[in-house]
Design a protein around this ligand. Structure first.
Ligand SMILES: NC(=O)c1ccc[n+]([C@@H]2O[C@H](COP(=O)([O-])OP(=O)(O)OC[C@H]3O[C@@H](n4cnc5c(N)ncnc54)[C@H](O)[C@@H]3O)[C@@H](O)[C@H]2O)c1
Ligand SMILES: O=c1ccn([C@@H]2O[C@H](COP(=O)(O)OP(=O)(O)O[C@H]3O[C@H](CO)[C@@H](O)[C@H](O)[C@H]3O)[C@@H](O)[C@H]2O)c(=O)[nH]1
Length: 328
C-alpha cells in the first residue's frame, strides 16, 4: 500500500518524501508545481495536478492503493494571505475539502497534515501548548484552523482519523545536499538572510524593531525540516496503531529573534549581512515558541537539531552549493 503525499514537491513535502523512501515506503505524490519543484522529488510516483481537480483525484485514488495521506499542499505565506484572502480559502479550505471527499469515496481513513503555529495568533503564554487559545492573527492561520475543525467533523461523522501537526518555523536542508528550500518568491527569513550573505540581495529587511521583545524584533521557534519529516512518519505510525485523532506542536521550544538569526548567519557564513529596519508586517505576532512536550511523549519525537547555528549551517550548505536553488 502507498502513502499519498500532497505537496510532495514542496520544501517540507520533499524532505518527507525522501524520509519515507529511505524507510521503504511506497510513495505517490500530487503537486501542481506552482511553488514546488520536480527536481525536489527524489522518487515516488508524481501526479502533476491540483487537489481541486476532482476527476484527477478520483483517478489517482482508483489507480493506487492508498493507505494514508500526508497533506502539505497549501498556500502558506502570512503576508500574502493578508492581501488575497480568497486564494487562501480556496486553496487551503476548499482544496482540503476536495481531498477529504476523494478519501471518503476511496475509503481512506488516515490523514496527517500541516497545521501551523499561526493558528494561535497572539499567544496567551509561551511556550504555547496545544490546549491554549487559538485566535489567528492572519487569514493563513485562520484557514489552517478551519482545516483542523473540518478534520474533526470528518472524524466524528465519517471516522477519518487525523493528526494535525502545528509546526513552528521550518528551516534547514537535507543532509544529502540534494534538496533544500527554494520558495519563489522567497519570503522566509532564513533563506532571505542567506541570499543576502551570498550577495544576491543588498540587505535583509527587519520587519519591525519595536515589538515587546528583548531586542524589539519578533521571536520565532526554528525547527529543522528533517526533524519535521521524522514527526510525520511517527504520526503515520501513530494512526496505523489505531490511535485517536490528535493535534501536536512541533518546535524546539527555543525562541530566537530576527536579529539573533541574522547574527547567527553572520557567524556561520563569515559574510557581511547588511540590515534595513522596516515597518512591521501585518499579521505577525511578537513571540511564537512551542511546547512540544506532547509530541515528545505521545509520538516519541525527539528533534535532533535544536541549535540555531546548526540549522542555519544546514541551510547554508544547500544555499552556497545551489545559489540558484533548483535553477530555472
Ligand atoms: N515553511 C514553514 O515554515 C511552515 C510552517 C508551518 C506550516 N507550514 C505548512 O507546511 C506545508 C508545506 O510548506 P512548505 O514550506 O513546504 O511550502 P511549499 O510551498 O514549498 O510546498 C507546498 C507544495 O504544495 C503544492 N501545492 C499547493 N497547492 C496545491 C494544490 N491545490 N494542488 C496541488 N499541489 C499544491 C505546491 O506546488 C508545493 O509544492 C504548508 O501546508 C504550510 O502551510 C509551513
Ligand atoms: O524579510 C524578512 C522576512 C521575515 N522577517 C520576520 O522574520 C520572522 C519569520 O518570518 P517568516 O520566515 O516569513 O516566517 P513566519 O511568517 O513566521 O511564517 C512561517 O512560520 C509559520 C509558523 O510559525 C508558518 O505557519 C508559515 O507557513 C511560515 O511561513 C517574522 O517575524 C517576520 O516578520 C523579517 O523581518 N524580514
Amino acid at each position: 500500500m502507498a502513502i499519498l503525499v500532497t505537496g510532495g514537491a514542496g520544501y517540507i513535502g520533499s524532505h518527507t518524501v525522501a524520509e519515507l523512501l529511505d524507510r521503504g515506503e511506497e510513495v505517490v505524490v500530487i503537486d501542481n508545481l506552482l511553488t514546488g519543484h520536480r527536481e525536489a522529488l527524489l522518487g515516488g510516483k508524481l501526479y502533476e495536478g491540483d487537489l481541486r481537480d476532482k476527476e484527477l483525484m478520483a483517478k489517482l485514488f482508483s489507480e493506487n492503493n492508498i493507505e494514508a495521506v500526508i497533506h502539505f499542499a497549501a498556500s502558506s505565506l502570512v503576508g500574502e494571505s493578508m492581501k488575497d484572502p480568497v486564494k487562501y480559502y480556496d486553496n487551503n479550505v476548499y482544496g482540503t475539502q476536495c481531498l477529504l471527499e476523494a478519501m471518503q469515496h476511496a475509503g481512506v481513513d488516515k490523514i496527517v497534515f500541516s497545521s501551523t503555529a499561526a493558528t494561535y495568533g497572539e499567544p496567551e503564554k509561551v511556550p504555547i501548548e496545544e490546549s491554549d487559545r487559538t485566535e489567528p492573527a492572519n487569514v493563513y492561520g485562520e484557514t489552517k484552523l478551519t482545516m483542523e475543525r473540518m478534520m474533526a467533523w470528518f472524524d466524528k461523522v465519517l471516522g477519518i482519523k487525523y493528526v494535525a501537526l502545528r509546526y513552528f518555523n521550518a528551516a534547514g536542508a537535507h543532509a544529502s545536499g540534494k534538496i533544500g528550500e527554494d520558495h519563489r518568491p522567497e519570503s522566509h527569513l532564513v533563506p532571505l538572510v542567506l541570499q543576502t550573505a551570498l550577495g544576491q540581495r543588498e540587505s535583509i529587511a527587519v520587519f519591525g524593531d519595536d515589538y515587546p521583545t528583548e531586542d524589539g524584533t519578533c521571536v520565532r521557534d526554528y525547527i529543522h525540516v528533517s526533524d519535521l519529516a521524522d514527526a510525520h512518519i511517527r504520526a503515520v505510525t501513530y494512526l496505523r496503531s489505531g490511535s485517536a485523532s490528535n493535534v501536536f506542536n512541533l518546535g524546539n521550544g527555543l525562541g530566537f529573534s530576527v536579529k539573533q538569526v541574522i547574527e547567527s548567519a553572520r557567524k556561520v557564513t563569515g559574510r557581511d549581512i547588511p540590515v534595513v529596519i522596516q515597518e512591521r508586517r501585518a499579521g505577525d505576532p511578537a513571540v511564537l515558541v512551542a511546547s512540544s512536550a506532547k509530541a515528545r511523549s505521545v509520538l516519541g519525537w525527539n528533534p535532533q537539531k535544536a541549535d540555531i547555528e546548526e540549522i542555519i549551517q544546514s541551510a547554508w550548505n544547500w544555499h552556497s552549493a545551489n545559489p540558484q536553488g533548483y535553477g530555472e
